[in-house]
Design a protein around this ligand. Structure first.
Ligand code: KET
Length: 399
């Protein structure tokens, strides 16, 4: 019966990460998947999360089904974190926010919603984008196109081309934008560039779908969300997916949220209802544990302060590692390639390594980066950075 089922070719990120786990070489370095490791190379349990978890275990209580839209305190705190505590749209009750299975689940629920209520609309993602964007949106039945984004020659942004392409999209098209820490390039729009993009989205009557998986890893929690707030204030039709996988180091708990900014509270309640119907049709309702942790940390003054401070430390450690690898590559790769490590921001740098150099890095040095050349700089630490730099130098020179 199942003879005709073809083999799954694997996922460019998750399958590589699984290969890494099986690699027996003791000197192996995982710079593939977007996971933050601490300076000891360990996946951290954040102190605020640990404290919230201890408190939760003491008061574990019953575990009924959550509502289809998720835990109310989680929805409230997530919305506040994304849109700002004093957001006008929030005060007006015109943002529909629901708990999702990670940021990926938010994208999928949003994609299903678009497919159902905007059946003629297509989506445009950056070139390049997170590989799974195309997979999720095509999986939901949308046609996925790209707009110019990354400039390979400079390691920067093709902003004029991007604006020009978006300015020519059909009305009601969907434009997927990364709020901060663009994946895979580490190249973001400046505040001035966002301000230039907003009127283009308005004029063309486009829907902005913002994916924010790295809030707090760019410039800071508020700074990284500034574009979302700018879009909401300008009344651009806005859908926002956010994830707590990275900024809470809670990857396996699958905590995310989807928000749709509406004209008024009545519209928001209808939109929320339709998002709930999507959830019911897919997995009925979301899980409890991670949502309780996130909601309890975000709503408790002391836990929240601890979380924010630890997140800042993580952000600063990534920056320091960017400096270390940049210094380690001095004289070993050309300056344009080397500059990217410090010019680009967030968890990733688009190294410009070719596929064969990436293969050599993995086969000969046990250093894993994605086939596209994307490196997760959050996997560097004081012990492996020199080794990674010399491995890159060897892979590039062919030595
Ligand atoms: N959006 C972006 C831009 C993103 O990089 C990820 C994860 C997600 C959404 C998914 O978030 P989650 O809450 O885990 O569902 N990216 C890393 C892991 C992955 O590919 O799944 C990565 O790019 O390595």
């Amino acid at each position: 019966m199942f003879e005709h089922i073809p083999a799954y070719p694997g996922d460019p990120i998750l399958s590589l990460n699984e290969d890494f786990q099986l690699d027996p070489r003791p000197n192996k370095v995982n710079l593939s998947i977007g996971i933050y490791f601490d300076d000891a190379g360990k996946l951290p349990v954040m102190d605020a999360v640990r404290r919230a978890e201890s408190a939760l275990l003491d008061a574990i209580g019953p575990r009924s089904y959550l509502p289809m839209a998720g835990l109310p305190l989680y929805r409230e705190t997530a919305q506040s974190l994304v849109f700002g505590a004093n957001s006008e749209a929030r005060a007006a009750g015109r943002i529909a926010t629901l708990q999702t299975i990670g940021g990926s689940g938010a994208l999928k629920v949003g994609a299903d919603f678009l497919r159902r209520y905007f059946p003629a609309s297509q989506i445009w993602i950056s070139d390049p984008s997170w590989e799974n964007h195309r997979v999720v949106f095509e999986g939901a039945g949308l046609t996925v196109n790209t707009y110019p984004y990354y400039d390979e020659a400079t390691g920067g942004l093709r902003f004029a081309d991007m604006i020009d392409a978006i300015g020519r999209l059909p009305e009601r098209s969907v434009v997927l934008l990364h709020a901060c820490c663009h994946n895979p390039t580490g190249v973001d729009l400046s505040a001035a560039q966002w301000a230039e993009l907003v009127p283009v989205l308005q004029r063309r009557q486009l829907i902005a779908f913002v994916d924010m998986a790295y809030q707090g890893f760019g410039a800071g929690l508020e700074e990284d969300a500034a574009c979302v707030r700018m879009l909401a204030e300008a009344d651009v039709p806005l859908i926002a997916a956010n994830s707590f996988s990275k900024n809470f180091s809670l990857y396996g708990e699958r905590c995310g949220a989807l928000s749709v900014v509406c004209k008024n509270a009545d519209e928001a309640s209808r939109v929320l209802g339709q998002l709930m119907s999507t959830v019911r049709a897919n997995y009925s309702n979301p899980p409890t544990h991670g949502a309780r942790l996130v909601a309890n940390v975000l709503s408790d003054t002391s836990l929240r302060a601890s979380w924010e401070a630890e997140l800042a430390t993580m952000r600063e450690r990534i920056l320091a590692m960017r400096g270390t690898i940049h210094a380690g590559l001095a004289g070993r790769v050309d300056e344009v390639m080397r500059a990217r490590y410090v010019a680009q921001r967030g968890m990733f740098t688009y190294t410009g390594l070719t596929e064969s150099q990436v293969e050599r890095l993995r086969n000969e040095h046990a250093v894993y980066v994605l086939r596209s050349g994307r490196m997760c700089v959050a996997g560097l630490n004081a012990r492996n950075a020199d080794y990674v730099a010399s491995s890159i130098a060897a892979a590039v020179s062919g030595a």
